[in-house]
Design a protein around this ligand. Sequence first.
Ligand code: GTP
Length: 421
Amino acid sequence: MLKAVVLIGGPQKGTRFRPLSFEVPKPLFPVAGVPMVQHHIEACAKVPDMKEIILIGFYQPNEELNRFLASAQQEFKISIRYLQEFAALGTGGGIYHFRDQILSGGPTAFFLMNADVCSEFPLEDMLRFHRQREGSHCGIILGTTANRKQSLNYGCIVENQQTNEVLHFVEKPSTFISDIINCGIYLFTPEIFSHIGTVFQRNQEERLQEEPPCGRLSEVIRLEQDIFTKLAAQKQLYVYKTQHFWSQIKSAGSAIYASRLYLNRYHETHPERLATKQEGGPKIIGDVFIHPTANIEPTAVLGPNVSIGKGVTIGAGVRLRESIVLHGATLQDHCCVLNSIVGWDSAIGKWARVEGTPSDPNPNDPYAKIDSETLFRDGGLTPSITILGCNVNIPSEVIIRNSIVLPHKDLNRSFKNQIIL
Ligand code: GTP
C-alpha cells in the first residue's frame, strides 16, 4: 500500500503571499476555486492502493483547517490527517519526526509533495517509473526543464541521460549547472528515513560538542541541501521528467498563473467546475469558475481565467479578467478588474478600475522573484498584479493600478505602484 505526505509549512512561511496569507493559511488559499492543497489531495486519492494522506506543518490546528480536512476526507473517501510539528523542522525534519506515523501499516513507498506547487501530479507515472527500478534507489524526484537563468532559483539536477540516475543535486546554484529542476514532488521508499537518520545523528553529535550550545535544533533537516546532495553521490535517486505543467505558487501573482493552469485542466478532470453561458447568466470568455452561491448580473463579462468565490456579488456591466475574487466581495456596476486578487469581503465602487500587470512565474519565462530588490524601483512598486487585502473599500470612479492594499483600508482616491498600509 501507499501513502502521501504534503508539507504545508506554517505561519512564518509564505511571506511572499502576504497580505493574503494573513487571513487564511496559504495552503487553503483558493486556486481555481478550491483550496491549493485540495489539488494535491485529489491527485493522491486517485492513485490505486493509496491508504492515507498526511499533511505536516507547524500551523496551530484551527477551525478552518479542521473543517477542510473533515470535508475532504468525506469527499475523497480516504483518511486525511494533519500532524503538527513542534517547530519548523524543515522539509526533511518534519517527515523524520513523524516517520512512525508515515510508516504505520507498512507502506512500500510514499509520495512527498510541497503544498506550494501546482502540477498535473503525474503520480501514477512516477510509480511506474519507480517499479521499473525497484530495489536500486530510495527516491524518485519529479523534474521539469527551465531555462538557464530561471534554473538558478530552483534545486538543479544533473542526470545520467541513459538511466535517469541523479548524478548531482545542487539547491539554488550560483552558476548554471543543469536545466532540469526539482518540482518538489517525490516518491520515497521507507529507506529514506535511514539516510535522514544519519544526518540527524550527526547533527545531534555536533550540537553536543558546541561550546556554548547555539540552540539550533538537530531535528531541523532540509531534504534538498542535507539529504539529496549526498544521496546523489551514493546513486540513490532517480529523476522522472514531466512534460506537463508545473509551477511554484510563491507570490500572489503566481496564484493567478496556477489558477489558469488548473482551470484549463478542468476540461479533462472536472468539466462541471467550468462556467458555461446560461440563459440569463453573464457572458463567459474562456475558463471561468463561479461558486454556485455567487450572484452575477447578466450584463457582466467574465474571463478568461477568472475564479469567483462564495457569496460574491457582481453588478451590471462589470468586466473581470485574469483575476481571483474571494468570498463575500462586491463588485459594483461597471467596475473593471484585471490581473488582480480581490480580498474577502472587499468592495469595489461603480466605474472603478482595479488593474495589475501579469507576472508569470512560468519556469520557461524569465521572471523576477519578488524580493526587496525587485519589489521597488525608483521608490515605487514595480508593475505586478494588484492585490486588495480582506475588507478593502475602493470608492467609485478611481483607478488602482499595480498596488497592494493591506486589509481593512478605505481608500479615497486613485493609487499607482504603491503598497497602501
Ligand atoms: P524558497 O524559494 O526560499 O521559498 O524555497 P523553496 O521553494 O525550496 O521552499 P521551501 O523549502 O521553503 O518550502 C517548500 C515546501 O515545504 C513549502 O510547501 C513549504 O510550506 C514547506 N515547508 C518548508 N519548510 C517547512 C517546515 O519546516 N515544515 C513543514 N511541515 N513544511 C515546510
